[in-house]
Design a protein around this ligand. Structure first.
Ligand code: HEC
Length: 155
């Protein structure tokens, strides 16, 4: 009897959760989005000499989950990095200047809706003015912090 009463309500709850998940504007878990935005080929991420794979970075590469999204210190660092490297083209609120918007769903490369997709694009670059930040010397852990910060700009 107890199970009979309990089951329908928990099933209902699961449906609500699944519905909210699929409606959420950004998802952080799509491993298939670790790819080159220009040709969709899978990407590999080389560590530079002296660069270490932090625990958050390691977990991110394995699971697609970006723990920095809920880490105040990492978000503060991400904001500094974004201000120094990205604001000039994407604007303080991320809605774009000479570069396109980084928030909302109206993006050029759909992969940037997930954290693995945005990370890949920052690492390897896209076309024109959007150059590879790996080649410009940025560490992968810093890119992960920037992605986390950009998500806070989402309304
Ligand atoms: C010199 C200008 C410039 C700078 C600096 C710059 N970007 Fe870009 N960014 C662009 C342009 C232009 C594009 C569009 C590229 C294309 O169409 O292939 C772009 C595209 C992107 C996209 C894909 C957006 C979409 O709609 O798919 C992301 C994500 C992005 N940039 C993030 C960043 C981040 C994060 C930084 C700082 C680390 C940064 N950019 C720095 C100019 C810039």
């Amino acid at each position: 009897m107890k199970i009979g009463r309990c089951f329908p309500s928990s099933a209902f709850f699961m449906v609500v959760i699944a519905g909210a998940w699929s409606l959420s504007p950004v998802r952080g878990d799509d491993l298939a989005d670790f790819k080159n935005p220009l040709d969709n080929s899978p990407m590999t991420f080389e560590l530079k000499p002296g660069e270490t794979e932090t625990p958050a970075l390691k977990k991110f590469k394995q699971t697609g989950t970006n723990d920095y999204r809920s880490d105040a210190e990492a978000l503060a660092e991400g904001k500094k990095l974004y201000t120094a490297n990205c604001i000039i083209c994407h604007g303080a609120d991320g809605t774009g200047k000479m570069g396109p918007t980084l928030i909302g769903k109206d993006v050029i490369y759909k992969q940037v809706l997930t954290d693995p997709g945005m990370f890949s694009l920052i690492y390897g670059g896209a076309s024109g003015a959007m150059q590879s930040f790996s080649r410009r010397g940025m560490k992968q852990d810093q890119m992960l912090r920037i992605v986390a910060y950009v998500r806070t700009l989402e309304k």
